[in-house]
Design a protein around this ligand. Sequence first.
Ligand SMILES: [Zn+2]
Length: 226
Amino acid sequence: MKNWVCIAAMLLTLAGWTCAKATVTLDVEEIKDDAKLVAWANQAKELIEQWHPRMLNFIPSKDFEAPSDVTLVFRKGDNGIAWTSGTKITVMSGWITKHPDDIGLVFHELVHVVQQYKTRVPGWIVEGVADYLRWALYEGKPLSWFPVSNKANGYRDSYQITAGFFLWLESDRCPGIVTRINSAARKGDYKDAIFTDLTGASLESLWADYMADRKTEKEKSPSTKK
Ligand SMILES: [Zn+2]
């Protein structure tokens, strides 16, 4: 374990802390006839205004300024859920009509606005970081909530599966590792070897340890006893 590396990395990235406030441009033209959807859209706008400054503190980088102008567009239809391109977040009305409680999806998309990875970064890192921040920090889910994968490289299964792995790494192996990975991705320096550099163990062996811990925790959990 190389926790001193993690702590040093975290202190270095603290230099990137900033308190910029977001300006959100809201486009509800396509959904303007549905009062419930418009109310949801305004709640989403507030979420961005409220969390944008804190988001920068979750994943800071030295000399990095996150974009402060965010566009939030609502489109009518069922074609997908939500996505982000640059600083523009698009949300589809069909999903939020069926899942009005899923406001946290806006938080996930906001992470993408603040990530600003310039070069090609594996999708499981991009989505794993976004879902780690959403489900572990914003929604406050415990490790036992996160789904797992039995594959030897299950960490690549992305979204909530990778997010659970990151939560375990943060709490068990290397506090600050997500910030460090994010900084490397922003600078165009991301390589899988960063896990070995920061923890002294390969991704595969970290994943195997994680899976073993999750299995033990499941066996200990009273809810799984028959
Ligand atoms: Zn995403």
